[in-house]
Ligand binder design. Structure first.
Ligand code: ZN
Length: 424
């Protein structure tokens, strides 16, 4: 698995809307058929399908006629970034800045002094109504400048950056062309035909591989999306229904119409079960979910932030994440299932837990389980600087993730009783 292909994927996914579209394109190219939630579904056994919701989350599936259960890999397509407010241009005497607010838990300082671009979706007026169009300016159009050290001599003692003051991107001179006009021109439409927009500032810097590591924007969680997508596409069809989930809004708590806390997954699994005359509850009982989101590698300069007995390193294999308070859903049952799968794939497993005095993050698995309750293991690749505008991970770990996820899709799991399973 070439990391250059991962970098290319990341470049095509500046926002969750683009991630969804890029995943849909790959699924279409592989022969999968697009469905709409608003249609009635007639499904053919062994054929692949996908459906999007909110133009930013995608579920894909492929089920044999008499499937035993679902094997699900879920990752998220959104990343922390400055979101551009509806009235985008903030005109001043000297400059025009962009009016933004943080989406998700950005590391503010990492967004300073780097060329930034703008991408997202606009909803446009059409002859018959309204429609979503994706836009990506691609070229640099903004910078968030630091204050010179001569104006803040104590800067290296630590700076508190204010979201409403320090994080507003410089966009142009006082008479800069309105952002919406520029977006409209990039789409070949009139600015007045844009009725509303979800636009983000993003880092267009390309990914690089160096000394066994990779650095790129949005590795959390596009590294997992990429590995899950290809594991899903390449898996030899087994007895389970394989399901790929790419959710939006993980970075803001998932509680949206298309997020992991929504009914999207439940609705699709229920419709798939009905189409194949399978009992939904029985199918879910024999299922497994891989909740794929990156993990924190031990930091070279701050090893003290890692739990001494659960440090994970980049290029060390797939990380299984544990948390006593179940912010990660992994338990002995789901971890054991995953260990069997990884052993079959020849993929090394590392174990992660937060320091007992650090709350850590949460992810998709426990949230999705409130709608569809099934054994779930939280996994990911080890990385540094999570939520930075430019993150670092291991060059070998995308392939490890891919192999583990592919193997999971090829595994038959049969629940013989509560607490007893057959794995073939
Ligand atoms: Zn994440």
């Amino acid at each position: 698995m070439e990391n250059t292909a991962l970098f290319d994927f990341i470049a095509h996914c500046p926002t969750a809307f683009h991630t969804a579209a890029t995943v849909c394109e790959a699924l279409t190219a592989a022969g999968y058929t697009r469905l709409a939630e608003s249609d009635a579904w007639t499904l053919e056994a062994g054929k692949g399908y996908f459906v999007s919701r909110g133009t930013s989350s995608v579920l894909a599936f492929c089920a044999p006629a008499d499937f035993s259960g679902f094997v699900i890999a879920a990752a998220h397509g959104d990343s922390p970034a400055p979101k551009i407010k509806e009235n985008a241009d903030l005109h001043g005497a000297d400059y025009t800045r962009l009016s933004v607010e943080p989406y998700g838990g950005m590391i503010f300082s990492t967004w300073l002094d780097r060329p930034l671009s703008v991408a997202g979706r606009v909803v446009v007026r059409t002859a018959r109504g309204i429609a979503v169009r994706l836009c990506d300016l691609r070229v640099p159009v903004a910078v968030i400048p630091n204050v010179a050290i001569h104006m803040n001599r104590t800067m290296n003692d630590g700076v508190k950056l204010n979201a409403a003051v320090d994080m507003l991107p410089l966009y142009g001179g006082a008479d800069a062309e309105p952002l919406r006009a520029r977006v409209a021109a990039s789409l070949g439409i009139a600015a007045e035909d844009i009725l509303s927009a979800d636009l983000f500032v993003y880092n267009p810097q390309a990914g690089v591989e160096w000394n066994g590591f990779i650095s790129a924007p949005r590795l959390d969680d596009l590294q997992c999306v990429y590995a899950a997508l290809h594991g899903f596409l390449d898996a030899v069809d087994g007895t389970a229904a394989k399901v790929l989930c790419v959710f939006d809004n993980e970075e803001v708590g998932s509680q949206t119409r298309q997020g992991a806390a929504s009914t999207f997954l439940y609705d699709v699994l229920r419709r798939v079960s009905a189409a194949y005359f399978r009992d939904y509850d029985a199918a879910v009982a024999g299922s497994l979910m891989l909740s794929c989101d990156n993990a924190h590698a031990v930091h070279p300069n701050h090893p003290e932030y890692a739990d001494a007995n659960h440090t994970v390193r980049m290029n060390g294999g797939v990380v299984v994440k544990y948390n006593a308070n179940q912010r990660y859903t992994t338990d002995a049952w789901s971890a054991a299932l995953f260990r069997v799968i990884c052993a079959r794939a020849g993929v090394p497993v590392q174990l992660y837990a937060n320091r007992a005095d650090m709350p850590g993050g949460s992810t998709l698995g426990n949230i999705a389980n409130t709608q569809v309750s099934l054994p779930t293991v939280d996994i990911g690749a080890a990385q540094l600087a999570m939520h930075s505008a430019y993150e670092t991970a291991g060059a070998a770990d995308t392939a490890y993730l891919y192999r583990a996820i592919k193997q999971a899709f090829e595994t038959t799991l049969t629940a013989l009783a509560d607490g007893v399973a057959e794995i073939v």
